[in-house]
Write a new protein. Structure first.
Length: 246
């Protein structure tokens, strides 16, 4: 469980996050939407333990966030250009000192999970398409079996059809692995499609101004996206976004 209690964050004189309380249950998938610069990435970095709160407390399962239990996926896949797919995915295991046969066996499993082929394992990042690089980035995040997966606009640079496909695949992976997911996006439809809850942040200093439950069954696919109920949910989130930005 992720818990934020009265968390604020300032950089120098500028307050970025206003007092925020938030609970995300274990195994929940929530998205965070809000105007540009409202502090979404800062909130994610606080949950990852990459930033410290100016006041208040962030905990994961009642203790301070630790590296081994959270994994991050960014918009830029940030792969090491001289390492193959396999070696990029192996990197977090190396950093955690998990280089025995058992942890290394998780690499082919992660390659399968994200829909890459085994011949892609020997390729360098420059030999892969943008979508494939993002799959490698996702496999690298999942190979350590994190409890919490933090995703900062991972699919924003991809074309819409590929983004929809990856959304469906991500949701299927979450269905199997059930990590706790926090996903930042500017795309309301993507947030509604993926999440069990959409959290809407106000303009800076950011604060959560709406917490919208999304109750569509799994699996979710093209039919859901085309439905009136889906459009109505997107309308609700957009309404809160407009109010929060004002
Ligand atoms: N390390 C830092 N030092 C100083 N200011 C920072 C730092 N990190 C973020 N900020 C400032 O905090 C504010 C919020 O940034 P943040 O990246 O969290 O917003 P965001 O909602 O994720 O934005 P976007 O949607 O545009 O990606 C911005 O004004 C940014 O300049």
């Amino acid at each position: 469980m992720i818990q934020l209690s009265a968390v604020t964050k300032s950089f120098a004189e500028q307050q970025v996050i206003a007092a925020t309380d938030l609970t995300i249950e274990r195994g929940e998938f929530v998205s965070l939407v809000g105007p540009s610069g409202c502090g979404k990435s800062t909130l994610l970095r606080l949950i990852a333990g990459l930033e410290t709160a100016t006041s208040g407390e962030v905990t994961i399962n009642q203790h301070v966030p630790a590296n081994a239990e959270t994994a991050f996926v960014f918009q830029d896949p940030t792969l090491l250009p001289w390492r193959t797919t396999y070696d990029n995915i192996r990197l977090p295991l190396e950093l955690l000192g998990r280089t025995g046969a058992e942890p290394l066996a998780k690499i082919p499993a992660a390659i399968d999970l994200v829909g890459l082929r085994h011949e892609d394992a020997r390729k360098l990042p420059r030999m892969l398409s943008g979508g494939m690089r993002m799959r490698v980035s996702l496999a690298r995040a999942l190979v350590t079996d994190p409890q919490v997966l933090l995703l900062d606009e991972p699919f924003a640079a991809l074309d819409d059809i590929l983004r929809q496909q990856l959304n469906e695949e991500l949701l299927a992976i979450w269905g199997q692995r059930k990590w706790t997911g926090v996903f930042i996006t500017h795309n309301v439809a993507e947030a509604v499609f993926l999440s069990q809850r959409v959290l809407v942040m106000s303009a800076r200093p950011g604060q959560i101004v709406a917490d919208v439950p999304i109750q569509f069954d799994l699996p979710r696919g093209a039919e859901l996206r085309a439905s009136g109920a889906f459009a109505a949910q997107c309308g609700v989130v957009s309404h809160h976004l407009r109010q929060g930005a004002a």
